[in-house]
Design a protein around this ligand. Structure first.
Ligand SMILES: N[C@@H](CCC(=O)N[C@@H](CS)C(=O)NCC(=O)O)C(=O)O
Length: 231
């Protein structure tokens, strides 16, 4: 595909929403011009295309945009889904979307309040109590995932699906907040699932470090070369 016809993906390496969009673009083998950005210094070109100003954003050749990570995932996989991420071995696409909605909603709310508890008003003690309250609420949601993963290696059966890929980056963010605490919790299935997900070539393939994009700069090939058999 000529360089100019590729959609442009504005992305930030450590953003969990951008991670899941990049993984779906890899799985769907959709070439994009990847523009790494800094959240504190967003390019004017990105803001002009998407005043919402969040990553990821996919800008098509006709200037239409997708500015929700799940929409980018579904766009890529509806074009090409060689690993059948949209057709789980157990349950349906609707079941997966329901679970993703719970994680993006309730779980993300508790995750943010736990991870960014330093921003909470009040005394040190109040902040600690606030963090613990939200950590408990978040881990209750993760306990349900652990139960699901006790029955099968992935959230919807014996193979990786949209739900695993959409959810794992947020579980990663939660666990990284206090990894020793997380590892001490009694959720072996969830812990093994996350460990394997993060060790897999698919995840490594989207975590390469790129210099922030500037107009006229070269952009890395994306998906990177040698993408077969990633998942
Ligand atoms: N619902 C959006 C959320 C995207 C989002 O909030 N991304 C964060 C980074 S992880 C962002 O760009 N925040 C704007 C900022 O920090 O300036 C999606 O699914 O794409």
């Amino acid at each position: 595909m000529p360089e100019t016809l590729k959609p442009i993906l504005y992305s930030f390496r450590r953003c969990p929403y951008a991670m899941r969009a990049r993984m779906a673009l890899v799985a769907g083998e959709q070439p994009v011009e990847l523009r790494e950005i800094l959240l504190r210094d967003k390019p004017a070109e990105m803001l002009a295309a998407s005043p919402k100003a969040t990553v990821p954003v996919l800008v098509m050749a006709d200037d239409s945009i997708l500015e929700e990570s799940l929409d980018i995932m579904l766009w890529a996989l509806n074009k090409n889904d060689p690993q059948n991420w949209l057709s789980p071995q157990q349950g349906s696409l609707e079941d997966m979307l329901r679970l993703i909605e719970e994680i993006d909603g309730d779980f993300k709310h508790h995750l943010d309040n736990y991870k960014y508890s330093a921003r909470h008003a009040g005394s040190e003690e109040e902040r600690t109590a606030h963090a613990q309250e939200h950590r408990s609420a978040a881990i209750k949601i993760l306990a349900q995932l652990d139960e699901q993963l006790a029955k099968a290696p992935f959230l919807f059966g014996s193979k990786l699906s949209l739900a695993d890929v959409a959810i794992a980056p947020f579980v990663r963010q939660f666990t990284n907040t206090d990894i020793d605490w997380f590892n001490a919790q009694p959720y072996p299935h969830l812990q093994a699932w996350l460990r394997e997900f993060l060790a897999a070539p698919l995840f490594a393939s989207i975590m390469s470090k790129y210099k922030p994009w500037a107009p006229g700069a070269d952009t890395p090939p994306f998906p990177p070369a040698h993408q077969n058999q990633l998942a």
